[in-house]
Design a protein around this ligand. Structure first.
Ligand SMILES: Cc1ncc(C[n+]2csc(CCOP(=O)(O)OP(=O)(O)O)c2C)c(N)n1
Ligand SMILES: [Mg+2]
Length: 739
């Protein structure tokens, strides 16, 4: 692909000053408008800096020096039509798209009416649903993968327009709360700083966009610094343009981003390329950072005066003003008049924002989860269909957990065209012609749970992703923001960690931080757990408590086939992000096999199951410990007559406190058993709650049985010694019952 470099000086001399003349495609009125935005943006920064010094706001990030490229992007693209993932320096872009200065000051004071977050996020963390400016966070670069997912959703919806509809059958699922819109030629714009281009997620996003020829404009606003780290230390060779130049399918632009005219021309070309469906575009905009990184930084500590003065020569405010004067578009009086108008508008906005009310303290827990659809409610409580009648008096063989998960996915995909499945190896075969010509059978996942789905639903809906876990979750988050329902797979729990930033700082908190402006109810299916005889450190990990610790994320962990089917359906139909943990050892275990409970069978979240009723001791567990604890409980009853009440939690967030409390009130003894390492594990929370709230009911201390505090070893003798075994459970139950 060609790289277009725009020389701003040439662009300027090539343009005359005649009224009808266009300046790099901009009319005189648009240029005046551009100057108004640039000047407004700078003056908002200056006002905020003052307000911060007066301690009337609590943080400040400036967009100073980046106003040229931002304004140009706002003029080249369409608010409420295209989609935007801007970063914190994009004040001018947001103004150009229609955000009001008053809204920006509301962010600064943390007002209840701040439309971005209602006082939950720092200023310059933009979120304006009607303009299609998607909620932004602080981690550098985590927006980029979501922008790719957003573009993918747009294209998917254009190809599957019926998926955007809200059918009558959705009356009880997330779709009734997701109005989906799309445009056939929409573009997604994402911006980032030069330092941020060092993040792995940037490269994952570039790769995914190039692979999919997606209409994404990546705009790197290169001010030469990432806080105090200069570009030559950040980017090998000092030029991000050079580094990305090998990506196929891209259109490249490199431009002086302090000139709005040249920037506009570059963005027009980039936008056209994307709208026409040729692929993504990369715009490298050289800008300046005339103020320090933030008010907490003093750039004089690492930048000499001479360098800062050199930058000042390229200031977009003075540059654009000089251009207007030189071209006779505005005279001095006109400039003064415009600036006076802006000052007056900002004064009114500041005065009003300082009067705005803060949010009520009791509002803090609103929108952690969907306010519309509670997955713990009776909406998700349906009956299983009766199993097939026995043939010749023989009971039909029960289906494995793996079988029922596949069947549930298939039925849900049939029912809801918004569902897309992707991950590593999940497709039957990426080279579709092999399937068509029946040369191969297809794979469908390393555990084969998605086998046959690509064949049945096509590779728009079931496809392999590059080996990049952050990209899987980040792209899914972007898609779900647009209304799709991605059901993605992380191949092994042990490899979920590259996606952790996306899960913790994005997926789980998008609804809360945008004050319900955006949501992203993704389902992440993950194969988890040990007892594999040879699984070793990196194919046996648990670690569910790390995720139950995240507000906004539902965590489910079924122990048997029927529960897996019912809970997976609830996960798919609900309106919250769900981590759906599937124990590898249980996939094909004979324990807990069942008939398919039907295409509408659902189990509400947070409802435990009493697997074995008892009166002497309560054992609270989940996952692969359920069959082991059951074995131990049966033995204890046989040998000692002790009756254990065994509770399978099934869902870890929310969890069923009521069932635990009722049981402990009856047995007066509680043991929490789990496969993960003992210390700081999931059982610690349950044990603490029992000690706190049921202290008066207890006749014995609350005990825990779990893995030793080491990773799982390869040699089976070691694995046995590390993970809780039926005999460990038996001994702990016996001891506690005798206490
Ligand atoms: C993942 C992550 N690491 C570190 C930080 C702290 N931090 C905030 S901004 C920044 C520098 C970003 O530089 P650049 O991408 O060049 O953007 P600029 O601020 O220069 O526009 C850093 C290190 C962060 N917010 N997120
Ligand atoms: Mg920078």
């Amino acid at each position: 692909m060609a790289t277009t470099k725009t020389d701003p000086k040439l662009a300027l001399t090539a343009n005359g000053a005649k009224k009808s003349k266009l300046y790099e495609g901009l009319t005189r009125d648009q240029l005046i408008q551009a100057y108004r935005i640039i000047y407004t943006s700078r003056r908002i920064d200056d006002r905020e800096i003052l307000l911060k010094r007066q301690q009337k706001i609590y943080f400040q990030m400036s967009g100073a020096g980046h106003e040229g490229i931002g304004t140009a992007a706002g003029l080249a693209l369409k608010a409420g039509y295209d989609w935007f993932y801007p970063y914190y320096r994009d004040r001018a872009l947001c103004l150009a798209l229609g955000v009001k200065p008053y809204d920006m000051f509301l962010q600064g004071v943390g007002a209840a009416d701040d439309p971005s977050s209602g006082g939950r996020q720092m200023p310059s963390h933009w979120s304006y649903p009607s303009l299609h400016i998607v909620t932004q966070s602080s981690p550098t670069g985590s927006q980029i993968l979501q922008a790719v997912g957003c573009a993918e959703a747009g294209r998917y919806l254009a190809r599957h327009p019926k998926a955007a509809e809200i059918p009558a059958s959705s009356s009880k699922d997330y779709r009734q709360f997701k109005n989906v819109s799309f445009q056939g030629d929409e573009v997604t714009y994402v911006s980032l700083g030069d330092g941020t281009s060092s993040e792995g997620e940037f490269w994952e996003a570039m790769n995914a966009a190039a692979l999919g020829k997606l209409p994404v404009i990546f705009c790197v606003e290169d001010n030469g610094y990432a806080i105090s780290v200069p570009v030559e230390v950040q980017t090998a060779g000092g030029s991000i343009s050079r580094l990305v130049s090998g990506f196929p399918n891209f259109h490249f632009e490199e431009v002086d981003g302090t000139y709005p005219m040249a920037s506009y021309a570059a963005l027009q070309r980039a936008t056209r390329y994307c709208r026409e469906g040729h692929g993504p575009a990369f715009v490298h905009a050289h800008v300046i950072r005339p103020y320090s990184h933030s008010l907490s930084d003093d750039e004089r500590l690492y930048r000499p005066d001479a360098e800062r003065e050199r930058d000042a020569q390229r200031d977009p405010v003075t540059r654009t003003q000089m251009f207007l004067l030189r071209e006779g578009i505005l005279d001095e009086k006109g400039i003064n008049q415009l600036e006076k108008e802006v000052e007056a508008e900002l004064q009114t906005a500041v005065d009003a924002a300082l009067e705005a009310l803060p949010p009520a303290p009791e509002s803090v827990t609103r929108f952690v989860y969907s306010p519309d659809l509670d997955p713990a409610s009776s909406t998700f409580d349906t009956q299983a269909v009766a199993p097939e009648a026995p043939v010749d008096g023989k009971k039909p063989a029960g289906k494995t957990m793996a079988d029922l998960i596949t069947m549930t996915l298939r039925d849900e995909m049939q029912r809801d065209e918004r569902i897309v499945i992707f991950g590593e190896d999940v497709a039957d075969c990426s080279r579709e012609e092999y399937l068509k010509r029946k040369l191969v059978k297809g794979k469908g996942g390393v555990f084969k749970l998605t086998f046959g789905l690509q064949n049945e639903f096509g590779n728009d809906r079931v496809f392999n992703a590059p080996l990049a876990e952050a990209a899987i979750v980040g792209r899914a988050t972007g898609m779900a923001t647009r209304g799709l329902k991605p059901v993605v797979e992380i191949q092994f729990f042990d490899y979920i960690w590259p996606a952790m930033m996306q899960i913790r700082d994005e997926l789980s908190v998008i609804r809360w931080r945008s004050n319900n402006g955006f949501s992203c109810p993704v389902v992440i299916r993950v194969a988890i757990g040990g007892y594999l005889t040879g699984g070793a450190i990196y194919h046996s990990q648990c670690g569910e408590s790390i995720f139950t610790h995240i507000p906004g994320l539902r965590v489910v962990f079924p122990s048997n086939s029927q529960d897996a089917a019912g809970l997976l359906r609830t996960a798919i139909r609900c309106d919250d992000p769900v981590l759906f943990l599937e124990h590898k050892r249980l996939y094909r275990e004979s324990f807990g096999r069942a008939a398919y409970p039907g295409p509408d069978y659902m189990i509400p979240f947070g409802k435990a199951k009493v697997v074995h009723p008892g009166t002497d001791l309560t054992v609270i567990t989940y996952g692969a410990v359920v069959p082991r604890a059951l074995q131990a409980a049966q033995k204890l009853e046989r040998e000692q007559g002790v009756k254990v009440e065994l509770i399978d939690l099934r869902c870890l967030n929310p969890f069923d406190w009521d069932t635990i409390a009722v049981s402990v009130a009856k047995t007066n003894r509680a043991l929490v058993a789990y496969e993960d390492t003992l210390s700081w594990g999931y059982g610690a929370e349950i044990a603490a709650r029992i000690a706190d709230q049921l202290f008066d009911q207890l006749d014995a201390p609350v005990r825990r049985v779990a893995a030793k505090d080491v990773f799982v070893a390869y040699q089976p003798i070691l694995e046995d010694a590390i993970l809780p075994q039926p005999n460990d459970l038996f001994l702990a139950m016996k001891e506690l019952s005798e206490y």
